[in-house]
Design a protein around this ligand. Structure first.
Ligand code: ADP
Length: 436
């Protein structure tokens, strides 16, 4: 009599321990799959791990993953056991009239203990693979609240019934599969966007190269003939011809800016390097803009010492870069303001800074002002002229000399554009000299 409760107890205990051990084993296996999320070499091998674990952990004959194809509005086999792979890859499973379809549409798990007695089972797959499915458990693969596929386990061994525990295992594996599928989708999207961007960049470069090349010749002719006519026509048509010359010159500048940036980006820029004084360049630039500053009632301040600050550089290009910075500073500063041009030496570099107390640049735009065609103001409503090329040109010119340029600004307080160029004899290895 007294042995019975003991036997009962030990049997119950044995079962409880077995179940606990099994659960620990399942958890360990799931953890291993989680690790695979970051270590698996590719999506295919990770999904193979998922279906192997799905069949082993639920004691099933096999398992498979189906992915929703939004264009065809069908489910397709994404991962299957290797010997079915070739026959199943081209196959699709309809959303209506299949267990996987129902699980996908209704986003709920399903167990079918006897598929023969169930109309929902899609028999075509069994015929194609020469298999017999007698039981199955399926769960949706859901990512961010949206079903993207289905994980199925087929034929529980020894004719046993699928349990809630099996569904829990499959749901956990489906979540991991979903994560991996989403990662790969995002990766593909990023890759496609990068390719598209590179293509757009190439088209933009081609367009700029072709138009600037094609515009240069007619512009040269217009300028030449207009200048010739001005000499012939006398005072009567002088102002009209001046307008033609002024605007053609402006167009020529734009075309030159375009091709300057393009040449630097395509690596065909020519640098005529020589020993030049940065202070001398700054003097020239300030002199060029003195009248414009005066007419706008802006004080243009020179801030440098006696040292000539020699650099090995293409003086014309550095002049263009500094001129663009000073032109902008004058353009974006109100009357009564101050624009300061500083030149000095700093740790093997010449440092040039152009500061103003003008309108400033919002922080979100600061990193983009050096992009080609970027302008802070909307081009439809903007008050200032320009094509958004001045800073791109300046950046190209400075970088061509192994230098660096950056901007600091505060809206309403003003901006400072600074560039560094290697001092003569200390230029970095990236300085380009006399490139043909
Ligand atoms: P743009 O020739 O149109 O002026 P830039 O490339 O020289 O083009 O400048 C790009 C944009 O950066 C300008 O349109 C302007 O919005 C902003 N910017 C440049 N310099 C300054 C400055 N000193 N103060 C305020 N905004 C500036």
């Amino acid at each position: 009599m007294s042995e019975l409760p003991f036997l009962f107890h030990s049997h119950w205990l044995y079962n409880a321990i077995m179940t606990a051990n099994e659960r620990i084993d399942h958890l360990e296996r799931l953890l291993e799959v989680v690790r695979g999320l970051t270590t698996a070499p590719d999506l295919d091998s990770f999904l193979q791990t998922i279906i192997t674990e799905a069949s082993e952990m639920t004691d099933s004959e096999l398992a498979s993953i189906l992915e929703y194809d939004p264009d065809a509005r069908e489910l397709r086999f994404l991962s299957t056991i290797w010997f079915d792979r070739d026959v199943l890859r081209p196959m699709s499973v309809p959303l209506d009239g299949s267990v996987a379809g129902e699980v996908f549409r209704k986003e709920h798990a399903l167990i079918i203990q006897d598929t023969k007695a169930d109309q929902r089972h899609f028999k075509v797959i069994d015929i194609v693979t020469n298999h017999e499915t007698y039981s199955l458990a399926a769960v949706p693969i859901i990512v961010r609240g949206e079903a993207i596929g289905v994980l199925e386990a087929l034929n529980k061994r020894d004719n046993a019934h699928y349990t809630e525990e099996d569904l829990t295992i499959l749901t956990s594996l489906a979540a991991l599969a979903g994560q991996a599928m989403r990662n790969i989708h995002l990766e593909r999207k990023v890759k496609a966007a990068r390719i598209e961007l590179a293509e757009l960049e190439r088209l933009k470069s081609d367009f700029i190269a072709i138009t600037s090349h094609e515009l240069r010749t007619p512009l040269g002719l217009i300028l030449g003939h207009a200048t010739f006519l001005k000499e012939l026509a006398g005072r009567e048509f002088e102002s009209q011809l001046d307008t033609i010359i002024k605007n053609a010159t402006r167009l020529k500048e734009i075309v030159e800016n375009l091709s300057d940036v393009e040449n630097v980006q395509s690596g065909t820029a020519r640098v005529r390097s020589g020993r030049v004084s940065m202070k001398r360049i700054a003097e020239d630039v300030v002199l060029t803009f003195q009248d414009e500053a005066g007419s706008k009632n802006i004080t243009l301040v020179k801030a440098w010492g006696d040292a000539p600050c020699y650099i090995q550089a293409d003086g014309v290009k550095i002049n263009i870069a500094l001129s663009n910075l000073v032109r902008n500073a004058l353009q974006f500063t109100e009357a009564g303001g101050t624009v300061r041009v500083q030149v000095g030496e700093e740790a093997g570099y010449i440092k040039v800074a152009v500061s103003d107390n003008g309108i400033g640049i919002p922080p979100r735009d600061l990193s983009r002002v050096f992009d080609r065609f970027f302008q802070v103001e909307d081009h439809l409503t903007r008050k200032h002229g320009g094509m958004g090329l001045g800073l791109a040109v300046a950046k190209s010119m400075i970088e061509l000399h192994g230098g660096r340029i950056w901007a600091e600004s505060e809206v309403g307080k003003g901006s400072t554009f600074t560039f560094l160029l290697p001092l003569e004899g200390m230029e970095s290895s990236s300085v380009v000299q006399e490139r043909a």
